[in-house]
Design a protein around this ligand. Structure first.
Ligand SMILES: [Mg+2]
Length: 195
């Protein structure tokens, strides 16, 4: 891609950005929720996989339940520099937020996005491993199944936002990159990839 060919909105590459684990730092609040509702004490280091047993339940079930609580959802905090990063990227990318949160969380999720990122970013709710169905050129996600499906089906570039539960995932593909911070995202998408 050449710099001069990206000046109009129609020709901006389409960038899909995940919420949980990319824009939203959910783990501290989830651990607080587990302590409050199940009396189980866990540390962030204990979360090394996407889903695993917690007491008699599964981590994913607990997260889905916590997200049904409006106060819990709206109390979540953005990941460091995600807000600034989105503002920088929107100049050169047509950004859509794509989440696999259940569509019953759509209204509260929209309020959360409005509060921290503004109203200009559309939000799509989609099933797990279906993020390749929305015509994105680039996807930033933290879930191996979403990155895997995106690489297999479409897309120019799949970016894994590093989290403890995805460190093992290392596909051999020229279209795969891993980032460790929003600084990395900016460097990759504004300086390296965007040419
Ligand atoms: Mg995620």
């Amino acid at each position: 891609m050449e710099r001069g060919k990206m000046s109009t909105s129609q020709s901006k590459p389409k960038l899909g950005v995940d919420i949980d684990g990319v824009l939203c730092d959910m783990i501290p609040d989830v651990l607080g929720y587990i302590w409050k509702t199940m009396n189980i004490r866990m540390r962030p280091d204990d979360v090394k996989r996407w889903d695993f047993p917690v007491g008699v339940r599964s981590m994913n079930d607990i997260i889905q339940e916590a997200l049904s609580d409006r106060d819990f959802l709206l109390g979540l905090k953005p990941i460091s520099y995600a807000r600034e990063g989105m503002q920088i990227l929107r100049d050169k990318y047509d950004i859509t937020i794509i989440t696999s949160r259940h569509s019953s969380r759509a209204e509260n999720t929209r309020s959360w996005v409005d509060r921290y990122f503004g109203k200009e970013f559309p939000v799509i709710h989609t099933d797990e491993a279906r993020k390749h169905l929305h015509g994105m050129n680039v996807l930033i996600d933290d879930a191996p199944h979403n990155i895997e499906a995106f690489l297999a089906n479409s897309g120019t570039l799949a970016i894994m936002y590093n989290q403890p539960w995805n460190v093992w995932f290392n596909p051999i593909s020229r279209r795969f990159r891993r980032v460790w911070s929003w600084d990395d995202v900016i460097r990759l998408l504004m300086e390296e990839y965007y040419r």
